[in-house]
Ligand binder design. Structure first.
Ligand code: FAD
Length: 496
């Protein structure tokens, strides 16, 4: 039985980056939010390499960027890859281009136990009621609408809570998402297994790339090598599906055998010892099969983060998709609760933008896995169109990183907004021109989806930094919605 029922505007299931971000953005609008998390934080999680749009875009909106900066995580300038036809490692940096250089063209390598706790504590500070050791068992439905959840507390006692919206941010291993209907569609292309552990005293690349994620392809798949501190390194092998037998049996032996297959990782770990105690003491295996739900919402229920979709980890997109999806869902909930927009329009906008962002990474990664293409061809096609005085590498980064907002200084917002708009237009023109190249294009830039969404990450950062100074938003889709000046909710575009 359940005792006196509580009521909230929103109940969030799960306190990872998706759940805490969504809860914070809704509570900041004055709504009542309950977040239920089954573990006690800090808790272990994989997914340690972040992108600039998370740290300087969405996290700026929730007011947590300074706390992340102060936490002393490893500063990440970009990625270094031994990948493709080139036998030499190559590096892309978020700030290699003079146009995007600056303090916000960086991200961090984070210990997720600490990072996720900073975000969850921030949610509580911003007004979210957080209950840990609260495990949601099922959603409650009435007349075709989800109206609440049932959860068990630490002592096993069951409680029913009611809400106008339930948000499933419970990651990839819970079954709550099934209540949305539709199904989880798995990718035929990305079907890998990851085997990973932690090492002390692994080698570091020379500055300024010392904090980069290092990705090294080898015959059975690829390795990540992520510097979490001066001495601690996260090391994982992502093994192709047809090589699955290599991750079976004793995990220690399996990991050592894979390391032995990959000379560069073997060399980097030659003086290192594996951590065998504490949260990093275990060698873990995860299927990282990519999937997406065929539906992301139904009346009363919204999915964000791994509950909604996941795409291969090579470009560190998981936390980005979780926090960006949370921002989109929060705009829908805030808009509906404030009465600026109706439910169906608000959530159609959420789903369309979210699916597009997912598709971008999906397509980007498909082309990235084309091992036969030498990375110079990416740079070359970028260079050919932008015609700038910088090298091919810089052009590539300009395109991939989108318009980073750091040069749009905080001191002079008006001219910053102007420069942002000019740079955005220049960027949009450059990607359109690249796409117009047609047949000789690398697959990456062929798709309209990729081109448009590369521009979106610049928009999120610009809105987070400049707010109303950026001027009114324009719809992403014909007939679609726009964001309010503060980026917190959807509204109808102004009639001109
Ligand atoms: P989670 O972080 O999984 O949080 C979900 C929370 O919900 C958990 O705290 C859980 O305890 C709680 N929960 C679950 N069920 C319930 C319930 N019934 N009731 C209450 N609470 C519940 N991403 C990156 O950005 N960079 C990377 O480098 C990267 N590397 C990866 C490597 C591998 C091998 C894999 C598999 C993934 C990687 N990812 C990476 C992806 C990343 O791990 C996820 O995308 C990210 O953690 C998703 O965040 P989330 O908030 O959706 O879910």
């Amino acid at each position: 039985g359940t005792e006196g029922q509580e009521e909230f505007d929103v109940v969030v299931v799960g306190g990872g980056p998706g759940g805490s971000t969504l809860g914070t953005l809704v509570a900041m609008q004055g709504h009542r939010v309950l977040l239920l998390e089954k573990e006690t934080f800090p808790r272990y999680q994989i997914g340690e390499s972040l992108l600039p749009s998370t740290v300087h875009g969405v996290c700026r909106m929730t007011g947590v960027t300074d706390k992340i900066v102060d936490a002393g995580f490893t500063l990440k300038h970009g990625g270094t890859f031994r990948w493709g036809a080139n036998p030499e490692p190559w590096t892309f940096s978020f700030s290699v281009s003079p146009r995007t250089a600056g303090p916000t063209s960086t991200a961090f390598q984070v210990e997720r136990s600490r990072f996720d706790k900073i975000l969850l504590d921030n949610a509580a500070e911003k007004g979210v009621e957080v209950r840990q050791r609260a495990s949601v068992q099922n959603v409650v439905e009435e007349d075709g609408r989800v109206v609440g959840v049932v959860y068990a507390d630490a002592s096993g006692e069951r409680h029913e809570v009611r809400a106008k919206w339930v948000v499933d941010a419970s990651g990839n291993r819970s079954g709550i998402h099934k209540a949305v209907g539709g199904k989880r569609e798995y990718s035929d292309f990305f079907r890998s297994l990851a085997l990973f552990g932690y090492f002390e005293n692994g080698r570091r690349m020379a500055p300024p790339t010392a904090g980069n994620i290092l990705c090294v392809a080898f015959d059975s798949g690829w390795f990540w090598y992520i510097p979490l501190s001066d001495t601690l390194t996260s090391v994982g092998a992502v093994v192709r599906h047809d090589m699955a037998e290599k991750v079976q049996g004793d995990p220690e032996k399996a990991l050592n055998a894979l390391i032995a297959e990959c000379p560069m990782i073997k060399d980097f770990l030659s003086d290192a010892t594996r951590v065998t105690t504490g949260q990093y003491g275990e060698i873990r295996v995860r299927k990282d099969y990519s999937y997406r739900q065929t539906k992301f919402w139904r009346p009363g229920l919204v999915l964000v983060g791994d509950a909604a979709c996941f795409v291969d980890p090579v470009f560190s997109s998981g936390v980005h998709l979780a926090t960006y999806g949370a921002l989109l869902a929060a705009r829908s909930i805030n808009g509906v609760l404030a009465g600026t927009v109706g439910q169906d329009r608000a959530f159609a906008e959420f789903e369309a933008r979210y699916v597009r962002e997912y598709s971008v990474f999906y397509e980007f990664l498909m082309s990235f896995y084309d091992m036969h293409v030498d990375e110079d061809s990416y740079f070359w096609s970028a260079k050919k169109v932008t015609q700038n005085q910088y090298g091919e590498l810089e052009s590539f980064v300009d395109l991939v990183a989108g318009v980073s907002s750091d040069e749009f200084g905080l001191h002079d917002a008006e001219s910053a907004a102007l420069r942002f708009k000019e740079a955005s237009a220049e960027f949009a023109g450059a990607v359109d021109a690249i796409a117009a190249e047609g047949e000789n294009m690398v697959p990456l830039f062929k798709s309209t989806v990729v081109r448009q969404a590369m521009q979106e990450s610049g928009q999120v950062q610009g809105r987070a930094l400049l707010g109303a100074e950026l001027g009114p938003d324009t719809p992403m889709f014909p007939g679609g919605l726009v964001t309010s000046d503060d980026g917190m909710l959807w509204q109808e575009p102004a009639q001109s």
